[in-house]
Design a protein around this ligand. Structure first.
Ligand SMILES: Nc1ncnc2c1ncn2[C@@H]1O[C@H](COP(=O)(O)OP(=O)(O)OP(=O)(O)O)[C@@H](O)[C@H]1O
Ligand SMILES: [Mg+2]
Length: 597
């Protein structure tokens, strides 16, 4: 063995007598498992190199969570903080002595007309304030010793990691030193044994200590927001303030049964209580009904027997944008869901039919760029009603073009046939701020897709008209249904982009990740979401998800092996992406409601 190396006998008495002998160590580890290279200050523990730092001095003032990024450092690194509460009377005496010393120095300087030492003035003032808060019981005093262990496979790796950690500590205003000659003591002080063999202690107030290690991880910009779960790495609560981010959109993607709905319910419930926001849920599988009822919301169940109560042709009535053109784009999306992907001729014919249908109801000549909502072009009025799907059908039927006849045939079932629930005037009058549209009664997937699209359009119009400061969360489950066609996908992408303008946040959920990410517009929806949440993914979708979201190997593995409720949360910030691996947790009461249908 190298002369500079020694085998550590864990039972030797090299520590202060006041400390207890770490007897259990003899049982836990063989003594030869640890070797100490005295020159390099490294230990070799079970084949891994380890080095230690102790913190020597701390900054004067710190913001909340100032050491957050140190704890989240991605390399193998352990922090050990030893806290010993100080007796109040002893502390008071010490502070009084400190204050008297500083006070007499200042008084002396004043008498002799010397320049006052600002440092002494600060010490005097701090001691005064601290004594007061100790007397009032607002604060307590602690002795803190802080040790850091860094591990690596080679000595070089450890040294390089040490430099990184030192730099991180330095940038946080902490002066640290390497425990070279006391490596075994440092190692034992880092182990969770409650032993502080180095005794590099510093006095801290409880306020300063709380600032080091807050109970939750701030996601995004600040410490506000709703708790989403517990971070797997640090065991801390992860709270997210979606409406404070660049946009309030959220995309959730995972395979079936991974916990998407559970996560969404957790988030929207807590958001509702936190922001008092409006909540609209488009629910194809009747998964949210119980929750919304429990929250005092309104359920709108759509089925094939009754009309949906929403006229898709009703104008949004906003005073901005190029009104009719936007509405027609949206309607072309609707027709592509009803009839399948539209060719240029079909789009042209439908557009013509739509303009004519609106024209027939309008008191004024209309053109495509008309700004709907301006007084002079109000079609609705009290006298004239909005056109219906029947009107579009009639306009198509009157055209000579054979393509128009094909379109008529396709539209028939939506206008007069079995699924004519959208051929009606709007009579929905939603007063409740919480609404859940349940589409389960519509059976077929394509009808659900049309319904979801019509409801999304209805909500969009409402948002545009409303334009107050009330926040709105719009939840769209099975969102991939709406991204099948280029027309609908581009509308959804536009909604996602513009939501922020109306103080709204779109939450899209999809289990069909391939389909969602396949189109450019689908990707736009996902990438226009400041929060992207990935739960366990299907093997077949892993590659695409990893590629689209530029996941690291570790993140890929995380979503490949994630258990129920485990999620990778990615938050887009102006200075890059913040990422958290979390466990979604709910209280017993919440769990009961979230799991009942
Ligand atoms: N974080 C969690 N904690 C406890 N249980 C959970 C959690 N997430 C999911 N579960 C359980 O797993 C079940 C399925 O979850 P959920 O309905 O959210 O899956 P999903 O991804 O929405 O599935 P689908 O795609 O079929 O709709 C829930 O009913 C619940 O019992
Ligand atoms: Mg679900």
């Amino acid at each position: 063995m190298d002369k500079t190396e020694e085998t550590i006998d864990l039972t030797r008495k090299s520590r202060p007598e006041t400390q207890q002998d770490p007897l259990p160590l003899r049982l836990l580890l063989p003594s030869a498992a640890a070797r100490h290279n005295q020159l390099a200050g490294t230990m070799v523990i079970n084949g891994y190199y380890q080095a230690h730092l102790y913190c020597l001095a701390f900054p004067y003032e710190v913001p909340i969570g100032w050491l957050q990024r140190l704890f989240r450092w991605s390399g193998p690194c352990w922090h050990s903080l030893h806290l010993v509460p100080l007796d109040r009377l002893t502390t008071m005496k010490k502070l009084a002595r400190q204050q008297v010393n500083a006070g007499s120095t200042l008084e002396n300087a004043r008498r002799k007309n010397y320049l006052l030492d600002p440092e002494e003035a600060v010490v005097f003032q701090d001691a005064e304030e601290l004594r007061h808060s100790l007397v009032r019981g607002e604060q307590k005093m602690y002795q803190l010793s802080w040790y850091v262990a860094v591990q690596g496979e080679t000595e070089e790796e450890v040294k390089s990691s040490l430099r990184d950690v030192e730099a991180e500590l330095g940038s946080a205003g902490i002066i640290s030193r390497r425990a070279i000659w006391q490596a075994p003591e440092a190692w034992l002080s880092v182990l969770p044994l409650g032993l502080d063999l180095l005794q590099y202690q510093h006095t801290f107030t409880s306020e300063a200590l709380a600032a080091i290690n807050p109970l939750h991880v701030p996601v995004g910009t600040g410490y506000t927001g709703v708790v989403l779960g517990i971070e797997a790495k640090t065991g801390k609560l992860v709270a997210i303030d979606t409406f404070a981010l660049t946009n309030a959109n959220i995309t959730i993607m995972a395979m079936s049964g991974a916990g998407k709905t559970y996560l969404t319910k957790t988030l929207i419930t807590r958001e509702h209580f936190w922001y008092g926001n409006d909540l609209i849920v488009i629910d194809p599988e009747d998964e949210y009904g119980t929750l919304i009822s429990e929250l005092g919301g309104e359920l709108v169940r759509l089925d094939l027997q009754q009309g949906a109560g929403i006229n898709p042709l009703e104008l949004w009535g906003d005073s901005e944008g190029n009104g009719l053109a936007e509405k027609i784009e949206w309607l072309l999306g609707l027709f592509s869901l009803m009839l399948g992907e539209l060719g240029p001729v079909q789009r042209g014919l439908l557009e013509q039919a739509l303009i004519r249908a609106y024209q027939a109801r309008s008191t004024m000549p209309l053109n495509r760029g008309a700004a709907i909502g301006q007084e002079e072009i109000v079609i609705v009025g009290k006298k004239r009603r909005q056109p219906l799907l029947t009107d579009v059908y009639q306009q198509l039927a009157e055209m000579e073009d054979p393509e128009a006849r094909i379109l008529c045939q396709g539209l028939y079932r939506w206008v007069y046939g079995a699924v004519n629930l959208f051929n009606c005037h709007t009579d929905l009058n939603l007063k409740n701020p919480l609404v859940c549209f349940v589409l389960k009664g519509l059976d077929q997937e394509e009808v659900k897709a049309v319904a979801a699209y019509v409801i999304a359009g209805y909500c969009w119009g409402k948002m545009k008209r409303q334009r107050d400061q009330r926040k709105i969360r719009l939840v769209l489950d099975e969102a991939h249904l709406l991204l099948k066609y280029r027309d609908t996908a581009s509308i959804m992408a536009r909604f996602a982009r513009q939501c922020r303008k109306y103080n709204a946040g779109l939450l899209t959920i999809s289990q069909n990740v391939d389909e969602f990410l396949l189109s450019e517009e689908g990707r736009a929806v996902a990438l226009n979401s400041a929060v992207q949440i990935l739960l366990r993914q299907h093997e077949a979708a892993l590659d695409q998800v990893s590629q689209q979201f530029c996941l690291t190997d570790f993140e890929r593995e995380f979503i490949q092996q994630a258990g129920r409720g485990e999620a990778l949360v990615r938050v887009a910030m102006t200075d890059g992406m913040q990422k958290y691996g979390i466990n979604v947790v709910a209280s017993e009461y919440e769990h009961e409601i979230y799991c009942s249908r």
